[in-house]
Design a protein around this ligand. Structure first.
Ligand code: TXD
Length: 325
């Protein structure tokens, strides 16, 4: 019998695949709480739970890990992180996954509503912005408790590429990405800085060139595809680390500002759509969306990204009306 602890938080992972496994490991190593892995493949869920639990003696954490194909394992979770779905294969776009993954998300939404209706839910499944909207709608939970992870990852990639180019630590690079998790995402150069020095100023100083920054912006947009091309499936280490940062911000009421796929109604001119914007995460979930000023050019790029998410959402609505998802 697993030990259980009422004093520890419970983090439920829906999907125990590549990202799910790393999520479980990070949640334990960062001492966020007990971990329950739900997967339609019971062996994978149980096997990963056992494998990670077996590292406790070496890593020095105290957590109960369980795995099952029974959704009751989600019961009472404070945080649920959803990765269930198919990942991309080389040559596929994120949007190619909409029908298959929406079906999966529909069943998962029901489980979450029944087992953990008070949880803070972080969706990772692609195509991210429309899947998180679908999950919230089907689970019928508060918008501020259901959020999508993409911007933390996209920004982390942007920061990594900038840090490599400038020869500085990623920690000193602050940068973020607006918009949907797709090729139209908008890395915001003007709001990015290195130890407080704005990126445009870094270019003026001659530390790097505008052409190099433009190439980094393009590489950031294609960061996911670059990994898929190299290893034949989607990234999983950085996506898991990013979602864990969001879960931690909620559990510890950290009031961190992350770019998240959050529900926008009346902000940035968006009327009722999940899209990537800077949002504050604390004990109540998404406590605030930060609306920054954009230049006409940034606004145009952001609008293109919103339009791309909105177009895919229409595809999803049509599938829903046809009873396919
Ligand atoms: O930034 C981001 N949001 C992302 C998103 C970055 C990288 C990858 N991203 C997406 O995450 C990716 O396109 C996929 O849609 C998800 C999950 O990626 P992962 O790499 O973890 O996929 P796996 O390894 O195939 O794991 C998926 C697991 C697998 O074990 C299945 O058995 C399980 O999901 N699965 C289910 N579990 C429970 N319930 C149902 N219905 C179910 N269907 C599949």
């Amino acid at each position: 019998m697993p030990r259980s602890s009422s004093s520890r938080s419970k983090i439920a992972l829906v999907g125990g695949g590549n990202i799910g496994g790393i999520l479980a490991q990070l949640a334990c190593e960062k001492k966020l709480g007990d971990v329950a892995i739900f997967d339609i493949n019971a062996g994978v869920a149980q096997g990963k739970a056992l494998d990670i639990a077996s590292s406790a003696a070496v890593e020095g954490f105290h957590a109960t890990l369980t795995g099952s194909d029974d959704p009751a394992i989600l019961r009472g979770a404070e945080v649920v992180i959803v990765t269930a779905g198919l990942p991309r294969k080389p040559g596929m776009s994120r949007d190619d996954l909409v029908e298959s993954n929406a079906k999966i998300i529909s069943s998962i939404a029901r489980h979450i509503r029944e087992q953990a209706p008070e949880a803070f839910v972080v969706c990772i499944t692609n195509p991210l912005d429309v899947m998180v909207g679908h999950l919230q709608r089907e689970a019928n939970m508060a918008h501020e408790k259901v959020v999508g992870m993409a911007g933390v990852l996209d920004s982390a990639r942007f920061r990594h590429f900038l840090a490599c180019e400038l020869g500085v630590s990623e920690q000193d690079v602050s940068a973020f990405v607006l918009g949907g998790h797709g090729d139209s995402m908008v890395p915001l150069v003007r709001y990015s800085n290195v130890a407080g020095i704005p990126l445009p100023e870094i270019v003026r100083m001659g530390w790097t060139s505008q052409e190099t920054i433009d190439a980094i912006v393009a590489r950031t947009r294609n960061g996911g595809a670059e990994v898929v091309k190299l290893m034949g499936t989607s990234a999983y280490f950085a996506p898991a680390a990013s979602a864990i940062a969001m879960a931690q911000a909620y559990l510890y009421d950290e009031k961190r500002i992350f770019p998240c796929a959050a529900y926008c109604k009346g902000v940035y001119g968006v009327e009722g759509l999940y899209v990537g914007v800077p949002a504050l995460i604390g004990k109540d979930g998404i406590e605030k969306i930060v609306e920054i000023e954009l230049t006409p050019q940034e606004r145009t790029l952001f609008q293109e990204s919103i339009d791309a998410v909105s177009a895919l959402n229409k595809v999803l609505v049509a599938l829903r009306e046809q009873g396919k998802v």
